[in-house]
Design a protein around this ligand. Structure first.
Ligand SMILES: [Zn+2]
Length: 318
């Protein structure tokens, strides 16, 4: 099997940078990189990325001169890495205040990647996802979970250390694992909807992995809790970083052992079995919406749907 063909990278994954892990503690190299006129900075403010104001946006890549004071005053720098022989840093701006720092807002727009993502080139989206996820982690880890003292950024933004010398605990970036699974029974698949979702939208079953669980345990538990479905077989498909705010989605296909749906934990307001014909009819009639095409949820549905549909799911969305 050609693994990389079968598992082509999901959107937001495969950020194009060489992460330069070996430079993160190299102060001399870092200082030179910050002075280098070719180095570029990607500001993040309140989890929003700075992009060009056009209809086809791109990340707004700033020079050291353009970010200088912000970095000294309020920012935390994170070395993202090297892309095409250019060094990139994320700039974590202060999270306080309801308006974006004026000097940056004049240059472009701070936008939510969740909305912006599908408009971007996949490499740019992956780079901004990386910047957003790691700056979010900084914002959530300003104090030590062990002793409560302030922490400070280290290793070019890839670690935070506790400032209490008696503690000195090192904190590393974390991402929260969540499973997402397309469950099938015969020629149908199971889709559910949460009450807060847009009208008519249905998606795959998903949930966070709990401490002490394997991924397989989590798939079986979530399926049972949310829909009363027991799993008799499952296989891993692919994964997707999901920086909303800090997850990685681990995608599975599973086969149900029973057909009867019971909404046990009330997380879903509805769950149903859909055949391919029912999905096609509902999409054509405007009675069904699927998750955004850049999500792994969509990919899991599409992969299953296209196994027995000549035109493919994508043709029905146009
Ligand atoms: Zn501490």
């Amino acid at each position: 099997m050609d693994y990389f063909k079968e598992f082509a990278p999901n959107f937001y994954s495969a950020a194009p940078v060489d992460r330069l892990w070996h430079r993160r503690a190299d102060q001399e190299w870092l200082e030179a990189a910050l002075r280098n006129p070719h180095t570029r900075f990607l500001p993040v403010w309140q989890a929003k990325n700075l992009v060009t104001p056009d209809q086809e946006p791109h990340p707004l890549e700033l020079t050291a001169a353009q970010v200088a004071n912000a970095v000294c005053d309020t920012g935390t720098l994170v070395l993202l890495g090297d892309w095409n022989n250019r060094i990139y840093f994320a700039v974590d701006l202060a999270t306080n205040g309801s308006t974006a720092p004026a000097r940056f807002a004049e240059l472009g727009r701070f936008r939510d990647l969740r909305v912006l993502g599908p408009l971007l080139d996949h490499r740019e989206a992956a780079l901004l996802a990386y910047a957003r996820a790691i700056t979010y982690w900084h914002g959530q880890n300003r104090f030590c979970g062990t002793c409560g003292a302030a922490t400070k950024s280290a290793h070019a933004g890839h670690m935070r250390t506790c400032t209490n010398e008696g503690c000195a605990k090192e904190h590393f970036p974390r991402t929260d694992p969540a499973i997402i699974v397309l469950i099938t029974c015969g020629a149908s698949c199971l889709l559910g909807r949460q009450p807060q979702w847009p009208e008519k939208m249905y998606s795959t079953i998903a949930g966070f992995v709990e401490p002490g669980e394997s991924l397989e345990d989590a798939v079986m538990r979530e399926a049972s809790e949310e829909t009363g479905i027991h799993i008799k077989q499952l296989c891993y498909r692919s994964s997707q970083p999901w920086p909303f705010p800090c997850s990685i989605m681990l995608g599975f296909r599973a086969e149900a052992a029973n057909h009867e749906i019971q909404l046990k934990d009330q997380e879903l307001e509805d769950a149903r079995w859909f055949s391919r014909d029912e999905i096609e009819t509902a999409l054509r009639g405007g009675h069904l919406r699927l998750p955004t095409a850049v999500s792994i949820a969509y990919r899991l549905i599409e992969e299953w749907f296209n196994e027995e549909h000549s035109e493919g799911l994508h043709s029905l969305l146009r």
